[in-house]
Design a protein around this ligand. Structure first.
Ligand SMILES: [Zn+2]
Length: 301
């Protein structure tokens, strides 16, 4: 699934190729379900003729601001891609196309049909419930520490929760937790100040690296992510744990393992990321419930 760096790459490419400023002259729905039925007629009536003023990213959404004070929101979900083409009909599985006044076509291609487009007057209706952007000034170490202490949840599902923090997905959460040396099953509230500091740094670092490398394309033969000009992202070769099960950890050499956490496939180093049951509780504010039997110590185990 495209995450923050992949969506950011798409937005930057569309801006570089001057899609903002273009008028949309036609909308073609290759599959009607790409726009929810309730808003479909309005979408088809209002969008043609509108000029795109700007395109930005918020979390994993693309946000097109138009000249009538309305917004197009696009979420790529599992397999959505956006291509910019000189003619129509370039791709199978094109679910929606915007024909631009200069003759180009912005095609939304989505084999698995989970992606959605919508037209809204107030984007906050959809985006307002999202957590802060991890590359914004709001996302400070202090903020992260305060928020984590409020949640007695496993860390990985919490970091994937878009209402907690926006834009992270499976790839970059696994990479950030490995970089910080923290096990994905740790209780969020139990992290020490030092671990919060490491995690905060790691999240920023893996996301910035992902953007610099124009996203992560996975899959052989048919990569799951391409930018609007059809290029694959380069970040795959920079991943340390994600989908590297059985390969050596770049830090310690131990084999990378895969486990399921919160119903998501999760990759980690069992030596660099110590299981929570092997750690003493780090948070005096939320003491761990009393356990029967001796607590095993990570280093003596
Ligand atoms: Zn390791």
């Amino acid at each position: 699934m495209p995450e923050l760096p992949e969506v950011e790459t798409i937005v930057r490419d569309l801006c570089r190729r001057r899609v903002p400023g273009c008028r949309i002259v036609d909308v073609v729905l290759g599959w009607p379900g790409v726009v929810e039925a309730a808003g479909r007629n309005q979408f088809l009536r209002i969008v043609p003729g509108r000029r795109i003023l700007s395109i930005v990213r918020r979390a994993k959404y693309l946000v097109f601001r138009m000249d009538n004070e309305m917004y197009l929101l696009a979420h790529l979900r599992m397999s959505g891609r956006i291509y910019l083409e000189p003619e129509s009909g370039c791709h199978a599985a094109t679910r929606l196309s915007l024909r631009l006044e200069d003759g180009r076509w912005l095609d939304f291609v989505d084999p698995r049909k989970f992606g959605r487009w919508m037209l809204v007057g107030n984007p906050a209706e959809v985006l307002g419930r999202l957590g802060p952007e991890p590359l914004s000034a709001v996302f400070t170490e202090a903020w992260l520490g305060e928020q984590l202490r409020l949640h007695r949840r496993q860390l990985k599902p919490l970091l994937l929760d878009q209402t907690f923090l926006a834009g992270l997905g499976n790839i970059y959460v696994d990479e950030a937790l490995w970089a910080a040396g923290i096990h994905p099953c740790r209780c969020a509230a139990d992290l020490s100040d030092r671990e919060v500091q490491s995690l905060h740094k790691a999240i920023g670092r893996v996301l910035r690296q992902g953007i610099r490398n124009r996203g992560t394309s996975l899959g052989n033969g048919r990569p799951n992510f391409k930018s609007p000009d059809g290029r694959q992202g380069r970040n795959r070769s920079r991943l340390h744990v994600f989908r590297r099960t059985g390969q050596p950890c770049p830090r310690c050499g131990k084999s990378i393992e895969r486990m399921v956490v919160g119903q998501r496939g999760t990759h980690l180093c069992p030596a660099c990321q110590i299981r929570p049951s092997l750690l003493p509780c780090a948070s005096p504010r939320f003491p761990r419930p009393a356990r029967r039997g001796p607590l095993r110590n990570a280093r003596s185990a």
